[in-house]
Design a protein around this ligand. Structure first.
Ligand SMILES: Nc1nc2c(c(=O)[nH]1)N[C@H]1C(S)=C(S)[C@@H](COP(=O)(O)OP(=O)(O)OC[C@H]3O[C@@H](n4cnc5c(=O)[nH]c(N)nc54)[C@H](O)[C@@H]3O)O[C@H]1N2
Ligand SMILES: Nc1nc2c(c(=O)[nH]1)N[C@H]1C(S)=C(S)[C@@H](COP(=O)(O)OP(=O)(O)OC[C@H]3O[C@@H](n4cnc5c(=O)[nH]c(N)nc54)[C@H](O)[C@@H]3O)O[C@H]1N2
Ligand code: SF4
Ligand SMILES: [Mo]
Length: 747
């Protein structure tokens, strides 16, 4: 897009800083020795500890930041009283100090400018940057209404900006953590049990007899407490069944690994239901008492035998039967795990519904070793004036998808491309905690939208790819340098956790609460920010909750007794589920009335054309998405992703272990950088696999730039879920190129 107004800005990188050369493999449940040493060193010294919760991912583990007498952060350790981490951080959380130390951090506000015909950023003062934002916002608000300004967000900073947007009268919000992540499962479970799964998932893994992971790859997905609980459950003899086309870490710890043909999980689940029902292995009393539409389901799955599923999934009928019987034996202490990143093939809400229905048949919802009833404590709202009501917002923009329960990034993107038929045109974006070019598929559409925006602000801690598209970049300080909202967690018992600054913000960075307040004051909504320091808000809230900032500074986490109800269903308890009928809906009238299948059906998805392989992706234990690739501590543990290739494919292609290759997808999109081949039996021959989050384009990321391939760039085709608008991303195919297809690799 050479003529683009919003050309991606490239500024040459700083020199490479020296890094320690210690690496060692990460054990699934153990900590890494390099990071362990980092934690253990100087434990005897007199460090000051400050309460925080981690922002390296969104599990929000509570921790203690340790600073030495010079005020330098030395280590971060899990808070023993925290139900999210049980006193232990994952490797990423331990390495979180690298976010603070990273010398590539954004240091000052930046404003897009043109010098000698070239677009570039110039460093600016906060005054200048905030004034510019205010004048643009005021203008757009006046001409198009506040609703035409959208907020794309993830994590803590988003909450502060939400307050600003609501004060303006906009709820045009969206986050990739919904439509590109867990949205489908929330709809699938809501249409069955009447409640969301939410985060953290209310899975009683520590007491389960049988954990069924469908894609969900714990051990690589390092969400803390479930990984620890799974480890304990394995020690106690629980059966793990993993369905994954790849021998994931979890699969390697499993009694049964079902190496399913990608995209066929619904067929497997229908066959499991068939076996559970035909062999009478389901929980009859539970289904009778709480279920609705069981007879219809029984009819529905009658022909979906294991033999039928074999032809689709490539899983042998006896293995389907054996695993169904294991589940039946373990019930109700069994979990068909809903997974988390579920936007796979566009029928994700239905796949998730199949998972929910299996849990329903096995009677695991509301049962020990299955799903518990979670509880949280409400943090009182700080008194603010009433927010104006937006005339339209995320709901209207996503109205095409009747069961979307949050804003849809993809629809906001489409609404930003001028179209006379669009009743809800979006003119400006605030982006915070979201690295759009890495988290949103179909880069062409994304770039077209950004190119058409009147104004784009990015609030970030790092010069990530997304910052290159902004008009103004605002440097936020890291989570170790700021106050944020009190974390109120939904677990077995309610708990709260405090985040406070361990050190002053480095460089000229500022916390999001301050940024929101400053912009608020400049755009006529200063009355929605009636405090000088966010600390005042927290102090007020904690007092109302019967504790104090002083107490929380000492303990970091406070656990409260449950009040709502027992953790599990009592024997024969009359319980009303949150569905329309108050029952577990095996047959969904709601879906039927909306024109969707009332019970899941298997549909065939496109398969790789000749010479192409399905592009599969996932997580590495020491990285979070794209956000940690440049983190000095975590980069050291894994510098780039590699391409898992089956030996059969390697033979056909004549490619060797360690060889560098490029990829081209079905739409002719070439990878910008190359990737190292890893030949392994652990991946099926019809797919290749890589860890998401690498292949950074911005040279300002001195360590991460150019390392590995960005999977998202190769995801140009999406399969949109008609029920809730999730963008299925697993229908992309790549060919392996042994020569660089790019004529100009300089980007
Ligand atoms: N191809 C592909 N796409 C995916 C996925 C995938 O596996 N493959 N996964 C999907 C999933 S499951 C999710 S949840 C989404 C996640 O996608 P995003 O929500 O975009 O999350 P991150 O990639 O972590 O991007 C976070 C951005 O936040 C910045 N950041 C980090 N800390 C802070 C902070 O304290 N303040 C501010 N202001 N910014 C901060 C980082 O520097 C980075 O630019 O991506 C989805 N997209
Ligand atoms: N270390 C680390 N941990 C993380 C994160 C991170 O960035 N880093 N991100 C967190 C977030 S936001 C999320 S949403 C979760 C995501 O973590 P999960 O919900 O566990 O991830 P998924 O992407 O659903 O699953 C990836 C697995 O699905 C397999 N798979 C691919 N196609 C198919 C298929 O057709 N059928 C089946 N059965 N399996 C298939 C892949 O081989 C891979 O092993 O991880 C969380 N934990
Ligand atoms: S799971 Fe790891 S990265 Fe995520 S919040 Fe916990 S310690 Fe931090
Ligand atoms: Mo996610």
């Amino acid at each position: 897009m050479t003529t683009s107004r919003r050309k991606f800005i490239k500024i040459s990188a700083l020199g490479l800083g020296g890094v320690a050369a210690t690496t060692s493999a990460i054990n699934m449940f153990g900590a890494n020795s390099y990071l362990d040493n980092l934690v253990k060193q100087d434990l005897t010294k007199n460090f000051k500890r400050t309460a925080t919760y981690c922002e390296v991912c969104f599990w929000k583990c509570a921790a203690w930041t340790h600073t030495n007498e010079k005020g330098e952060i030395k280590k971060i350790i899990g808070n023993d009283d925290d139900p999210h981490c049980y006193g232990r951080l994952c490797p990423r959380g331990t390495g979180g100090v690298g976010m603070y130390n990273d010398e590539d951090r954004l240091k000052t506000p930046l404003i897009r400018t043109t010098i000698n015909g070239e677009q570039t950023f110039r460093e600016a003062t906060w005054e200048e940057a905030l004034d510019l934002i205010a004048s643009k916002v005021n203008n757009i608000k006046e001409n198009n209404g506040p609703e035409s300004i959208a907020l794309l967000k993830h994590g803590s900073p988003g909450k502060h900006l939400e307050q600003l947007f609501k004060a303006w009268g906009s709820d045009t919000f969206a986050e990739p953590a919904y439509a590109q992540c867990r949205g489908g499962r929330e709809t699938g479970f809501a249409t069955t049990f009447g409640s969301w799964i939410g985060s953290p998932e209310p899975t009683d893994i520590r007491d389960t007899n049988c954990l069924v992971l469908i894609g969900s790859h714990f051990g690589e997905n390092m969400h803390n407490s479930p990984v620890q609980e799974m480890s304990d459950a394995i020690d106690k003899g629980a059966t793990i069944i993993t369905v994954d086309p790849r021998l994931s870490t979890a699969a390697s710890k499993s009694k049964h690994w079902l190496a399913i043909k990608p995209g066929t999980d619904i067929a497997l689940m229908l066959a499991w239901m068939n076996v559970l029902i035909e062999e009478g292995l389901y929980d009859k009393e539970y289904v009778e008492k709480y279920g609705l539409g069981f007879d219809k389901l029984k009819d529905h799955v009658k022909t979906f035998t294991p033999e039928w599923a074999y032809g689709i999934t490539t899983i042998k009928p006896e293995d389907i039967r054996k695993t169904a019987r294991e589940m039946g034996k373990a019930a109700p202490a069994v979990i068909i795990h809903p997974g988390r990143h579920v936007s796979w093939y566009g029928d994700d809400a239905q796949r998730e519904r199949a998972m929910a229905m299996l849990n329903g048949l096995l009677g695991s919802w509301g049962r020990r070793g299955g799903f518990y009833f979670k509880e949280s404590i409400k943090v009182p709202s700080y008194p603010l004036p009433k927010f104006p009501t937006p005339k339209w917002g995320w709901k209207e923009i996503g109205a095409k998808y009747p069961l979307a329960q949050m804003g849809l990034t993809f629809e906001v993107i489409k609404a930003s491309i001028p179209n006379p038929e669009n009743k809800y045109p979006v003119k400006a974006w605030f982006v915070s905690g979201v690295n759009l070019p890495k988290s949103i598929p179909n880069k062409k559409l994304l770039e077209e939208a950004m190119d058409n925006l009147e104004f784009m602000v990015v609030v970030d801690t790092m010069p990530m790819d997304v910052t290159g598209y902004a008009d103004v970049v605002l440097p936020e300080c890291t989570y170790l340098e700021r106050y944020d909202h009190i974390r109120s967690a939904n677990n077995r018992e309610p708990s709260i956790a405090l985040r406070m600054p361990a050190v002053a913000p480095k460089y000229d960075s500022k916390p999001a609460w301050w940024i929101a307040k400053q912009i608020g004051e400049r755009t006529g909504v200063g009355n929605y920010f009636p405090y000088n320091d966010f600390k005042e808000v927290i102090e007020w809230q904690l007092k109302k909750m019967g504790t104090s900032l002083e107490e929380m500074e000492k303990i970091g986490v406070k656990n409260f007794p449950r009040k709502s109800r027992p953790l599990f269903l009592r024997d024969n308890e009359n319980y009303e589920f949150g569905t329309q009928s108050g029952k577990i809906e095996f047959y969904s009238q709601e879906l039927k009335d909306l024109g969707f299948d009332p019970m899941p059906v298997y549909t065939k998805h496109p398969e790789p054309p000749q010479g192409f392989y399905r592009l599969n992706y996932g997580r590495a234990p020491m990285h979070t998405f794209s956000r940690t690739a440049n983190n000095p501590n975590l980069h050291e543990l894994k510098k780039e992703n590699d391409l898992w290739v089956n030996p059969k494919v390697a033979r056909i292609m004549d490619i060797k272990q360690g060889q560098r290759v490029w990829l081209r997808n079905q739409d002719g999109v070439n990878s910008v950088f190359s990737i190292k081949v890893r030949v392994t039996e652990r991946i099926r021959w019809d797919s290749v696999y890589m860890v998401h989050g690498f292949g950074h384009d911005n040279k300002k990321l001195s360590r991460a730039y150019g390392k590995g391939i960005n999977d998202t760039q190769l995801i140009s085709s999406v399969m949109v879920d008609p029920i809730m608008g999730g963008t299925g991303m697993r229908g992309n195919f790549v060919e392996i190129l042994t020569e660089n297809p790019n004529t100009n690799t300089e980007i």
